[in-house]
Write a protein of this length. Sequence first.
Length: 340
Amino acid sequence: MMTPKVTVLDEFIIKRQKDFPFASGDLSRLLHDIGLAAKIINREVNKAGLVDILGMTGDSNVHGEEVKKLDIYANEELLSALRHGGMCCGIASEENEDFVVLNEPFARDAKYIVIMDPLDGSSNIDVNVSIGTIFSIYRRVTEEGLVEERDFLQKGLHQVAAGYVIYGSSTMLVYTTGFGVNGFTLDPSIGEFCLSHPNIRIPEMGMTYSVNQGYYSKFEAGVQRYIHYCQGEGQRGKKPYSLRYIGSFVADFHRNLINGGIFMYPATTGSPKGKLRLLYECNPLAMIAEQAGGMATDGKTRILELQPGRLHERTPVFVGSAGMVSKVMKMIAEERKGPQ
Ligand code: P6P
């Protein structure tokens, strides 16, 4: 019996290159470079418990958070793959205070920049919870010369591509170039990402909500009202939703993307801009959610329309099934308006 035809990532990328009439192949090669780095990171993530890569470096990252060796490793692998691939002229990373200028002759004039969170959810490494790499690709806005900050401070609307890798029970790469969302599962026996989830669509409604309910008392009234709704108080006897919150954005997002659901990291009284980062966490996952038929807002404004002011700025985020995001936005707006 013939073995079924498997589509591997590189083949798929090249095939879909025709979606871009003027494609030179640079974006395809850039996506390949990211896929290669993901395979290398996956190898280390999978053995993190076995070698001394686990545990603290004793350092902290630009945000004062303890950095695990795997964060640094993932950042260095991605920086190296992108630097040597020659398809991008600059990189912004959660692990770097400032953006990295690639001024090698073959990279300086490249037309793309990459913004990334090399290993999101790294506080979960020690307890073997799924973690992820998140990336965004933009065209540079400066015409020539070394890349500048304004090349990175673009609205998420202008992303050319966005994706994530989830290192979980299996390792998957999910990405979009604006023509739908496709998922690839790594087959370790051949070292290839194989198309396993073509044309992912997020259900209009789900039965799962994801939020750190420990901050409930610090959320605004509309969010608190929506949480009550999820708990069944507002659904006239319908079955309450299930709370699923693993504390790893990529893992929570991926589950909701496949099954339907909403992820919320709202503003709190202590953190008026929430916790998650606009450029390398919310924008890429917002593009994927929208491309899969979902929604992503900060409670009022579409995430992709937010104008970034700084590389590491935060934003509240409500992302997932369109029917659920619309519902919480409605409750937020009603409570902000106050009694009529
Ligand atoms: P909290 C992980 O540290 C992370 O950046 C996201 O991956 C995750 O969704 C969030 O923080 C969890 O934050 O405050 O609920 O622990």
